[in-house]
Design a protein around this ligand. Sequence first.
Ligand code: 5GP
Length: 114
Amino acid sequence: MADTIFDKIVRREIPADIVYENDELLAFRDLNPQAPVHVLFIPKKAIPTLDDAAPEDAALLGRLLLAVADYARREGFAEQGYRVVNNCREYGGQTVYHLHLHVLAGRRMGWPPG
Ligand code: 5GP
């Protein structure tokens, strides 16, 4: 499986502004933020895209989503609201092939997305 920039962040080979970590998940600020809060939540396990997730990843992905919700509550933007995005492959706009959730907050989001 191809190594990505996010695997290097997990291994601390390149720096990142890490905001949350446990044994299986990592969250860090996006290098090119699209909102006042823009954090990426990833499983440390290198799943390239959502389409590559397998049934045995179901609990991991559930915990990933719940970690986002927990973070939003702790950081105080849950009540106001926020957006969680997964870009899957080319037409989804994915550029880093290590599954991740974008967490965007701190401004009102538009719809539909571009
Ligand atoms: P995607 O386009 O794959 O959904 O999202 C990849 C995200 O990773 C982009 O928002 C991009 O700004 C961010 N990104 C790319 N390289 C780095 C990096 O080295 N460090 C951090 N913190 N974010 C990165």
